[in-house]
Design a binder for this molecule. Structure first.
Ligand code: ZN
Length: 531
């Protein structure tokens, strides 16, 4: 398999790093004069080289060349054999290489977006006292640091106040306004800027040359424009189109990007009709990984759904067909058969609301992801409006009540088991996190109510939590971990817990469900305790 370009062409030294001259100069000066700070905060938009620079800095201070040559000198003459500052990092020694391939034990990278709780920072604090394994310094990179909870920030602050000599902290953020003042006063801030057109061209041209991609200048400029100042996006886009055979022109490029996106989006709409939330979420993740812009993705998706509305109203030939090739149009009309008019309008409505929430989202993909879960949920609003069903949550609650009365009260042993599980909850979360981040986040807001011989009862506040927990893969994962803890085969049963009562007319159901999504989101991403 080919290595993704953005990994393959990741800058490995300050020399490699295009742009960010001010940052480079500061770091180089401080390094040369042995005046590096113990904590940095890298601030700047995504894809501007913050993490790459952090890794380069980690290499610079730990590179074996620095150890061998106690004094790094400025090379004055050409035949001066001593090492110069420009030779650091060497990218050849064992330490440099282990940082490149991600196996270095003294470089700890934490993504605060998924490890944002106090437990994570506490465990970091405990581990930090230990000396580095085989490097001079332990380097902690905490990415998206603004995502930490207030408690975690406090714990981090204590560490920054009394940092051990053998540690270097590099915090990175895209949202400086969300980083507390107390943290700001203890770090040195360095600002990363969006790439200029010329800088982006320089980077992309280098890759085009190395990979022998047949692309004309116009097309390359089109890519630069699409990447909006982000090196990462630009490189990902180039990666995406690198397999095209023949000369790539701006026109063919635009067409290719549009068609791949159309196919992906149509597939997503098919997933909607099958109520397949897992595939839908995967589809979105894949598109984002390949460099799609979230807002553009939502708008294009809504564009296709709008086309479906036209098709449904018999306006397809007139308004939709001219934009597509024969076979694409045929696919489109086929998919339109999977939905009723009301359903498409309901989906559009949900997406429109998600689009409005985009401005305030701290995780950009979250509004779309929640919208997709809602669309794939059988109970979702547009279904209810459509079929004028009884209020669904009420039915779910009845069932929950039935289960409750059928289950005997927890025995003493059961209580011991619950304690056991709660004690090991951090372990449960840590085990699940690498497999499924959203499941882990969800598990932070559940309540274990009962423990019986072979069943653990879990109470969740919302029906879509229940759905996620009951998806076979998620169940299997959780049941596996719980079985390990209790030392016997465990099944998980989920119960819908109580939440504020709402009136039962249809209009209010809408309000309730809207509210539910917002509150659920707040809960998943703001809570780090198990009730
Ligand atoms: Zn080295």
């Amino acid at each position: 398999m080919n290595i993704a370009y953005y990994l393959k062409y990741r800058p490995q030294s300050l020399d490699d790093l295009v742009g960010q001259e001010a940052v480079k100069k500061t770091l180089l000066d401080q390094f040369q004069n042995n005046k590096l700070s113990h904590a940095y905060l890298f601030v700047g938009p995504r894809g501007t080289g913050k993490t790459s620079t952090a890794r380069i800095l980690a290499k610079m201070i730990n590179c074996e060349l620095v150890n061998r040559q106690s004094l790094i000198v400025n090379r004055k003459e050409k035949n001066d054999k001593r090492y110069s500052i420009n030779d650091i990092p060497c990218n050849k020694c064992e330490i440099c290489q282990s940082i490149t391939d991600g196996s270095n034990l003294d470089l700890i990278e934490i993504d605060a977006a998924s490890n944002r709780g106090i437990e994570d920072i506490r465990s970091l604090r405990d581990k930090i006292k230990l000396a580095p394994t085989n490097s001079q310094k332990k380097v902690y990179i905490i990415d998206e640091v603004h995502m930490l909870t207030p408690e975690a920030f406090n714990a981090l602050l204590k560490t920054l106040e009394e940092p051990p000599k053998h540690a270097l902290f590099i915090l990175a953020t895209t949202e400086i306004a969300k980083v507390p003042q107390t943290i700001l006063s203890r770090v040195q801030r360095l600002d990363f800027k969006l790439a200029t057109v010329n800088e982006l061209l320089e980077v992309l041209e280098k890759i085009v040359k190395q990979e022998k991609i047949n692309i004309d200048e116009q097309a390359l400029k089109f890519l630069v424009k699409k990447s909006d100042g982000s090196f990462r996006d630009g490189i990902k886009l180039l990666d995406q189109i690198s397999s095209i055979t023949g000369k790539i022109t701006a026109k063919s490029l635009e067409e290719v990007l549009r068609i791949t996106q159309f196919d992906d989006l149509l597939l997503l709409i098919k997933n909607f009709s099958e109520k397949n939330s897992t595939q839908s979420l995967l589809n979105i993740t894949k598109q984002l990984e390949h460099g799609a812009d979230i807002k553009e993705l939502m708008l294009s998706l809504m564009g296709i759904l709008r086309d479906l509305v036209f098709v449904k109203h018999g306006l397809g030939q007139e308004l939709v067909k001219p934009q597509f090739t024969e076979d694409k149009y045929e696919e489109l009309t086929k998919v339109s058969g999977n939905f009723s008019n009301q359903e498409i309008i309901g989906i559009l409505d949900i997406l429109q609301k998600a689009l409005e929430k985009l401005k305030f989202a701290s995780i950009l993909s979250l509004p779309l992801e929640l919208a997709v879960v809602e669309i794939c949920n059988d109970n979702s609003k547009f279904k209810i409006q459509n079929s004028k069903l009884e209020e669904q949550p009420k039915i779910a609650k009845e069932i929950a009540k039935e289960i409750e009365s059928a289950v005997p009260r927890t025995t003493e042993n059961g209580n011991v088991d619950i304690l056991k599980i709660k004690e090991k909850w951090t372990f449960v979360l840590e085990t699940i996190r690498p497999y499924n981040f959203s499941l882990e986040a969800l598990l932070r807001s559940i309540n274990i109510t009962e423990c019986r011989e072979s069943t653990v009862y879990i109470e969740v506040p919302y029906s879509f939590h229940q759905r996620i927990l009951e998806a076979p893969k998620n169940r299997e994962l959780l049941e596996g971990v719980l079985s390990d803890i209790l030392g016997r085969g465990i099944q998980v049963a989920t119960i819908l817990g109580s939440r504020p009562q709402r009136k039962e007319d249809v209009a209010n159901v809408e309000v309730a469900q809207d509210d539910e999504i917002i509150r659920a989101a707040a809960e998943i991403f703001n809570s780090d305790t198990v009730n």
